[in-house]
Design a protein around this ligand. Structure first.
Ligand code: IPD
Ligand code: CA
Length: 372
């Protein structure tokens, strides 16, 4: 991508920011990796008291430590990007806007800047890990689908640690980072404080094992490790009061469709926008209210937190959803495509909810509306 303004000023802004911020609890250096950040220490501690809700995987202590290191770096990278977002929200000289595929799809200088900071932070600690960032991929759903497909093919083809006993690099290659540097770019451009980085890590089976969504405007860091729960600023969260540790789909606190707060996309692409419009007349009269917040990451995190009942959208890329998907599952919710199959990295039509019968009811309404 080509911008007319020099990036020198931005580099100065970022270097100053990175070297002067007092708020980082740790740095992603080899020395600091041996101690855990407050968030993941708490996560590890609390995880021992809870039962995994969605994963059938057993983890060794080594694997626990490895996942904790991944989480530390993900949180650190997300906070660095979050600081850049906040610093540049009001200063439009640093935020030259271009359009991507359509006049509704925006890009600023800050998007690739945040992505570079995240990438550098990750690769400093894990130089052989693979990385997929939104800004590396040309606009359009075909390019975005092909990008995750290629990355998954090489991830799944990589030798597992058990088949290559002593190779450090093959172990590191078992991970793919999936990053949206600023989810909610239109909000960012308009200084609406609903925009943030979303960072996920997929393991060698293509399953998301780490998810971090850091909301820099509210200082809310959502984080999850597969099988060990979802947390907000280190405190365990559940979609619903009884969703932690329960697999029952008929809990007493099932949300009724009429009480549901449904979030949905106001997407830039024509077909998905038409699907949102088609769903509205069917959904709105049946639920309590509908919200379109303009950041898939935030809406997914808020479903995990129980602030929203569900979020659905007709066409999203892997980087929009990867981190949010694990947050929802680890908070006891449900993450599927619009046919009610479990979400995976190739899924583009998504519904994440607090779980229970309301999930099926929402999909029924979407089917009635002709979206499915
Ligand atoms: C967008 C946001 C928005 C969703 C769009 C996405 P971006 O991501 O997540 O909520 O409706 O479909 O493209 O472009 O701001 O990173
Ligand atoms: Ca996005």
């Amino acid at each position: 991508m080509i911008f007319t303004t020099s990036t020198t000023l931005l580099s100065v802004v970022v270097v100053t920011l990175l070297s002067s911020s007092p708020s980082y609890a740790f740095a992603p250096t080899l020395a600091s990796r041996s101690r855990r950040c407050p968030m993941s220490s708490l996560t590890m501690h609390k995880a021992a008291e809870t039962t995994a809700t969605t994963s059938t995987k057993t983890t060794s202590t080594d694997n626990d430590d490895e996942l904790s290191s991944l989480l530390d770096v993900a949180i650190h990278a997300a906070k660095l990007a979050g600081s850049i977002i906040v610093t540049n929200m009001e200063d439009k000289t640093n935020s030259i806007t271009k359009t991507k595929d359509s006049s509704r799809d925006l890009l600023t200088l800050i998007d690739p800047l945040c992505e570079n900071v995240i990438r550098t932070t990750i690769l400093e600690t894990f130089p052989t890990h693979d990385f997929l960032g939104e800004e590396d991929v040309p606009p359009g759903k075909e390019a975005s689908a092909a990008a995750i497909d290629n990355k998954l093919q090489s991830l799944l083809a990589a030798p597992s640690s058990s088949s290559s006993a002593s190779s450090t690099s093959s172990q590191h290659n078992r991970y793919l980072w999936i990053v949206d540097p600023i989810d909610g770019t239109t909000n960012f451009v308009n200084s609406i404080p609903l925009c943030m980085p979303s960072i996920a890590v997929a393991d060698s089976s293509g399953e998301i094992c780490i998810g971090v969504i850091h909301d820099p405007h509210r200082n809310e860091t959502y984080a999850a490790i597969r099988g060990r729960g979802a947390y907000l600023n280190g405190v365990r969260i559940h979609c619903r009061a009884s969703s932690g540790g329960s697999s029952s789909e008929e809990d007493d606190d099932d949300v009724l469709l009429g009480d549901a707060i449904i979030a949905m996309g106001s997407p830039p692409a024509t077909e998905s926008m038409q699907m949102s419009l088609a769903a509205l007349p069917y959904l709105m009269p049946r639920v309590r209210t509908v919200r379109m917040l303009g950041s898939a990451a935030l809406m997914l995190a808020w479903v995990a937190h129980g602030r929203l009942t569900a979020y659905w959208e007709y066409d999203l890329s892997s980087w929009d959803v990867a981190a949010g998907s694990i947050l929802i599952e680890e908070a006891g919710g449900r993450m599927t495509d619009l046919n009610n199959e479990r979400w995976n990295l190739r899924t583009r039509k998504i519904c994440g909810s607090v779980g229970g019968t309301v999930h099926d009811e929402i999909l029924d309404v979407l089917r009635e509306a002709g979206v499915i």
